[in-house]
Design a protein around this ligand. Structure first.
Ligand SMILES: C[S@@+](CC[C@H](N)C(=O)[O-])C[C@H]1O[C@@H](n2cnc3c(N)ncnc32)[C@H](O)[C@@H]1O
Length: 250
C-alpha cells in the first residue's frame, strides 16, 4: 500500500524506488556542480555557513522549526540526503547527543559521510537503508525528523510503523513534507512523484494513518514561510509515541 489513497505511478514498487534513487543521484550531481540543491534551505546555521563542502538542500521546509531538540538527545533523520538537517540536529544536541541519518541513495550517503568527516562532527552517522525498514534498534531515538521524503515512499504506513518502533516511549515525530488537500493525483507520473509533487499527502489522511499505527498527539501544522513544489504546500506532521505500552495497531 502506498499510503492513504495514493496510487503509485507504477505497480512495481522496486522500479519506483530505483527511479527515486536515480533521480536524487542526478540531483546531487547537479547540485555539487552548481552549488545549490533544488530548494533553498528554509534556515541555515553555523554548520551550513562554514561548511567546507557544499551542503545542498532538497527539502521543502524546516524540519527543525517544531522540534525543539535538547542537548544529549538522539535524533534520527529519515531520508537525510546530503546531510544538512542532520548537521543542524548535531549542533542542537551537541557532542553528548547522537544523530543518525538514513537514506537509500548511496551517493547521498557518501556525500553526507564525507561532509561529516570534514566538519568533524563525530556524533553524526549516516546509514544506507530504507525508511520502510530502518536499520535501527527499537526505542533508540528521542526524536525522528524528516524533510521532504515520506511522500516519496511506496509504503507510508510502513514508514510510520518504523518511526514508532525506533522512538522511545514519549519520543517525538516531526515529518515535514509536501501536502495537497483532497484526493491524491489519480494518474501520477514517475517524474512528478520523484519531484515530491504527485505523491503529496492529504493532511487529514496522513494524520489519521499516524493515529491508526499508534501515535498520540497527532497534528499537521502549517510551515509558515516554506513553500512546497507545484501545487503542493509544505507542512509538518507532529506526533508522539505514547508513553506506556508497546506500539501496536489501534
Ligand atoms: C527530496 S530529498 C530530501 C533530502 C533531505 N531530507 C533534504 O532536506 O535535503 C529525498 C531524499 O530521500 C531519500 N529517499 C527517498 N525515498 C526513500 C526511502 N524509501 N528510504 C530511504 N531514503 C529515501 C532520497 O534518496 C533523497 O535523498
Amino acid at each position: 500500500m502506498s499510503g492513504p489513497g495514493r496510487p503509485l505511478p507504477t505497480p512495481d514498487a522496486e522500479e519506483l524506488r530505483a527511479s527515486v534513487r536515480d533521480y536524487y543521484t542526478r540531483r546531487l550531481d547537479e547540485a555539487t556542480r552548481t552549488g545549490s540543491g533544488c530548494c533553498p534551505p528554509a534556515a541555515t546555521n553555523v554548520v551550513f555557513e562554514a561548511a567546507p563542502t557544499p551542503l545542498p538542500s532538497f527539502g521543502c521546509g524546516d524540519a527543525h522549526a517544531l522540534t525543539a531538540l535538547a542537548a544529549g538527545e538522539t535524533v534520527v533523520d529519515l531520508g537525510s540526503g546530503a546531510g544538512l538537517d542532520a548537521f543542524r540536529a548535531a549542533e542542537a544536541v551537541g557532542p553528548a547527543g547522537r544523530v543518525i541519518g538514513v537514506d537509500m541513495t548511496p551517493a547521498m550517503v557518501a556525500h553526507a559521510r564525507a561532509a561529516a568527516e570534514r566538519l568533524g562532527l563525530g556524533q553524526v552517522a549516516f546509514r544506507e537503508g530504507r525508511i520502510e525498514a530502518l536499520p535501527l534498534d527499537d526505542a533508540a531515538a528521542d526524536v525522528v525528523i524528516s524533510n521532504c521524503v515520506v511522500n516519496l515512499s511506496v509504503d507510508v504506513e510502513a514508514v510510520l510503523r518504523e518511526a514508532l518502533r525506533v522512538l522511545r516511549p514519549g519520543g517525538r515525530l516531526r515529518i515535514t513534507d509536501t501536502f495537497r488537500r483532497g484526493p491524491a493525483v489519480a494518474d501520477p507520473a514517475t517524474d512528478g512523484w520523484c519531484a515530491c509533487v504527485d505523491g503529496a499527502h492529504d493532511p487529514d489522511a496522513l494524520a489519521e494513518l499516524a493515529r491508526r499505527v499508534g501515535f498520540d498527539e497527532v497534528a499537521v501544522v502549517g510551515d509558515a514561510g516554506a513553500s512546497g513544489c507545484g501545487d503542493t504546500f509544505s507542512a509538518t506532521l507532529c506526533a508522539t509515541r505514547p508513553r506506556g505500552g508497546a506500539p501496536g495497531v489501534r
